[in-house]
Design a protein around this ligand. Structure first.
Ligand SMILES: Cc1ncc(COP(=O)(O)O)c(C=O)c1O
Length: 442
């Protein structure tokens, strides 16, 4: 059955959903026009929808499912935990086990606090940095996504009319974001060493932290340069502002985190997605010194951090099972498969003879419909013309009908159940889909 089909079960569910959800959905990423595709079940790297259509899952809940769906070790851990208890107001051994699995993987990962999402982790890291330094401002790269906390959302999608000239202007993401809040956001250009240094130095005494992502998808998918990382280290030494390394996605690139791969020494690291094995999770980890702001053992913490579902036992159990498998061997195999995938996909673009490129690192893959160098948010924005946006959307939709799920934004990622056969399927599907897209655009 091809998508869309007005007679499908997904179409019928979509109609039901429109009666209860604004816009017919409760998660932006799953909303599709004319209706979302509803899942029935998923095993390994394959997902079957309610109409019985099976596809290879190349988005894995936006990079969460590194070990594929329903991995037996993770399912067993969750079922065993569910039979004991779901949630309660006592500490659990599994929270210590998951902390032990993560702490020590990199020198900066000394202490950890769990949250339920990456958004919450970034929020608590920002608040923690403020508490540690006694300063209000947070610097972040223009266009980079760090979850839904207002400060982290500053200048997420500014347009040329609002983004400022020589130095980026903080722009709200949600309508009516308070101007007062934006005054505490300092926006820096990704991988522009001199430009960023000048901006950071202007705010040196007021900055609590610089929040970064080492491989921000929305800046084209290339990693942060060594020179930029060195500049951040120097600025931290000179100013006392912390470095917050958002590894909610990038942690999957190395069993000791992307910070190990790229040589960053952060004070705080935010984690999520893969460390929960498929259940909701987030975490702030960092040096014992910086993490002491969350310590409430001797009275109110400098930065109180808690929550009803913090370190919920099911996520802890799933996370322990996942992190036990998050080994150098598994990660390296997946990263090698990623290299192979990018090479085969580049060949598919070449054979199709159409404009476009494939970027990414490790097991992360990004499709772009432009040949232009995509070095930062502004370059990506300028390259994203209406025609190219339509072609990217066309690629996503055509892939659905060639047995592949990616993301609407052109992201794909791999999971350990995949082999070269799945990569070949993806490359063939992309070639066929590009041909469809080009035919429709002609
Ligand atoms: C880099 C980064 N930070 C933070 C988040 C927010 O995580 P969550 O969706 O779990 O709130 C995301 C989510 O995609 C992310 O990619």
């Amino acid at each position: 059955m091809a998508y869309p089909d007005p007679h499908s079960r997904s179409a019928a569910l979509g109609a039901r959903a429109r009666a209860v959800f604004p816009g017919g959905g409760t998660r932006g990423l799953t909303q599709l026009s004319p209706y979302p595709i509803y899942a029935k079940e998923a095993h390994g790297c394959r997902v079957t929808d309610v109409d019985g259509v099976e596809r290879i899952d190349f988005i894995n809940n936006y990079t969460v499912q590194l070990f594929g769906h329903s991995h037996p070790a993770i399912v067993e851990a969750v079922v065993t935990q569910a039979e004991r208890f779901m949630s309660l107001t006592l500490a659990t051994e599994s929270e210590i086990e998951l902390a032990e699995q993560i702490c020590g993987r990199a020198p900066s990962l000394q202490h950890i606090r769990f949250t339920n999402t990456g958004t919450e982790a970034v929020m608590h890291a920002i608040k923690g940095a403020r508490a540690f330094t006694g300063r209000p401002k947070i610097a972040k790269c223009e266009g980079v996504y760090h979850g839904a906390y207002d400060y982290a959302e500053a200048s997420l999608d500014p347009d040329p009319q609002s983004w400022g000239t020589d130095r980026p202007r903080p722009v709200g993401y949600a309508k009516a974001t308070p101007a007062g809040l934006l005054q505490d956001a300092v926006i820096i250009p990704f991988n522009d060493v001199a430009g960023t240094r000048a901006i950071l130095e202007r705010h040196a005494d007021e900055l609590a932290a610089v929040l970064i992502d080492l491989v921000p998808a929305r800046c084209g998918g290339a990693p942060m340069s060594p020179a930029y990382i060195e500049m951040l280290h120097e600025f931290r030494r000179a100013s006392g502002a912390l470095i917050i390394d958002d590894e909610v996605i990038t942690f999957r690139l190395h069993e000791r985190g992307a910070q190990t791969l790229y040589g960053l020494e952060p004070d705080l690291t935010t984690l999520g997605k893969v460390i929960g094995g498929g259940l909701p999770i987030g975490a702030v980890a960092g040096t014992a010194d910086a993490m002491a702001v969350y310590d409430s053992s001797a009275g109110k913490a400098a930065c109180p951090q808690s929550g009803t579902f913090t370190a919920n036992p099911l996520s802890m159990a799933a996370g322990v099972a996942a992190m036990r498998m998050f080994t150098a061997e598994n990660v390296e195999r997946l990263n090698t498969l990623g290299e192979s995938a990018r090479a085969k996909l580049r060949e598919a673009f070449r054979i199709a003879g159409c404009e476009g490129q494939v970027t990414g690192e490790g097991s992360l893959i990004l499709f772009h419909m432009s040949d232009e160098p995509l070095t930062d948010y502004r370059a990506v924005y300028r390259a994203g013309t209406e025609g190219r946006a339509r072609r990217l959307d066309g690629l996503f939709r055509a892939l659905l009908n060639h047995g592949v799920v990616t993301s609407t934004s052109g992201m794909a990622c791999l999971s350990t159940p995949m082999e070269e056969a799945e990569i070949d399927h993806l490359a063939d599907a992309v070639l066929a889909s590009l041909r469809t897209v080009e035919r429709e655009a002609a």
